[in-house]
Write a protein that binds this ligand. Structure first.
Ligand SMILES: [Zn+2]
Ligand SMILES: [Zn+2]
Length: 304
C-alpha cells in the first residue's frame, strides 16, 4: 500500500454556484447493476457481485413501477428546510405502505441464484411476520449491525432503498436545507456508502458522498474528513498495483476512512458497486487501524 498527501491545489474552490445536492437519477439502480456486472469479470467475488447486480436490476424494476410512498405534507417540508433537518429521515416518516411486499418480492427474485443454503437463509424474510421485517429494517437503519440478520440485510436494505429513492426523486433540491455537518445525508439523515468524484457538466471534478438509503448525493470538498470535518493530515491509500480508481481517504483525528471512487479514472465507476468490489482495500485499512465510516447494506458485517 502507498499513501499520497493531497496538495492544496487539488482542493476545490469554495462552494458557490456548484450543485450541492444531486437527487437520484431515474436509472440509478440500472447503472449500479451494469457496473457490478462489469466488475464481476475475473473478480474473486464474482458470484456475489453478480448476485447484487441481479438485486439492483430488480430494484430498478421496482423504481420504474413507482413503489408506494408519498412526500410529507408541504408544511413539514418547509419546517425541515427552515430548521436544517433532513425531510425524509426514517424516524420522522411511517414505513412506506407495501414495503414488506417489496422485500419479499426481491427475496423471491434472487433466491433461484443462490445455493440451497443461501435460499434457506432468505426464507425467514419470505415467511416471516411483518413485525419481524420492521424490526430488521429498524436495526439496519440504526446501523445496529450486531443484531441484524446478516443474510436478509441486503434484501431488506434493497427494499428500503427502492422506496426511499422513489421518495427522494419526488423532491426538488430547493426543498432541502444544506446540512450543518457533511457526515449525514441532507435528504434522509443516513450515512454515506462512499464518495465519488463525478465527471461532466457542473459537477465535473467535484466529490459527492452517496447516501446508503435514498441514493441522493451531497457535495463535500476533497481533503476534508466527512466524519469529523477535520482538514489536517488527510491521507489517501490505495492498493498496490491498482489504477487509483478507488482510494481510501483517512483522517488522523477520528481514525476513520471513507472511500473515494474516481469517475475520472473509470467513467462507469459507481460509488456503491466500486465500493463492494474493492473489499481488499477495506481489509488493508483495517490492518492499518482505521475504522470504516461508510455503510454498504449489500455487504454488512457477517454477510455471506
Ligand atoms: Zn439519503
Ligand atoms: Zn475525521
Amino acid at each position: 500500500m502507498t499513501t499520497t498527501l493531497l496538495q492544496p491545489g487539488q482542493i476545490e474552490a469554495a462552494a458557490g454556484s456548484i450543485p450541492e445536492l444531486r437527487l437520484p437519477p431515474a436509472d440509478v439502480f440500472l447503472t449500479r447493476a451494469r457496473r457490478l456486472e462489469q466488475l464481476a469479470e475475473g473478480h474473486a467475488l464474482a458470484d456475489y457481485l453478480r448476485f447484487v447486480a441481479r438485486l439492483a436490476r430488480a430494484q430498478q424494476d421496482l423504481l420504474d413501477a413507482g413503489p408506494a410512498g408519498g412526500l410529507p405534507p408541504a408544511e413539514r417540508l418547509d419546517q425541515c428546510r427552515a430548521y436544517g433537518m433532513p425531510p425524509l429521515a426514517p424516524a420522522g416518516l411511517p414505513r412506506p405502505a407495501g414495503w414488506h411486499g417489496t422485500a419479499r418480492q426481491l427475496a423471491r427474485t434472487v433466491q433461484p441464484l443462490l445455493t440451497p443454503a443461501g435460499q434457506a437463509a432468505l426464507q425467514p424474510l419470505v415467511d416471516g411476520a411483518d413485525a419481524w421485517l420492521d424490526e430488521q429494517a429498524t436495526r439496519l437503519i440504526e446501523n445496529d449491525t450486531e443484531h441484524v440478520n446478516a443474510a436478509v440485510a441486503p434484501i431488506i436494505g434493497a427494499a428500503l432503498q427502492a422506496h426511499w429513492t422513489h421518495l427522494a426523486r419526488q423532491l426538488d433540491s430547493a426543498q432541502v436545507a444544506r446540512p450543518e455537518h457533511p457526515n449525514l445525508c441532507p435528504v434522509c439523515g443516513s450515512h454515506p456508502v462512499s464518495s465519488v468524484v463525478r465527471i461532466g457538466g457542473a459537477e465535473n471534478g467535484l466529490r459527492y458522498l452517496h447516501c446508503a438509503l435514498c441514493s441522493s448525493e451531497w457535495h463535500v470538498v476533497r481533503a476534508k474528513c466527512s466524519n469529523c470535518d477535520n482538514t489536517r493530515g488527510i491521507v489517501y491509500h490505495h492498493l498496490e498495483g491498482s489504477d487509483n480508481g478507488v482510494r481510501a481517504e483517512s483522517c488522523p483525528e477520528c481514525r476513520t476512512y471513507l472511500k473515494i471512487v474516481h469517475q475520472d479514472k473509470n467513467p462507469q465507476a459507481d460509488p456503491v458497486a466500486d465500493d463492494l468490489a474493492s473489499l481488499a482495500l477495506d481489509l488493508l485499512m483495517d490492518e492499518t487501524g482505521f475504522v470504516r465510516s461508510g455503510v454498504n447494506w449489500y455487504l454488512i458485517q457477517g454477510s455471506p
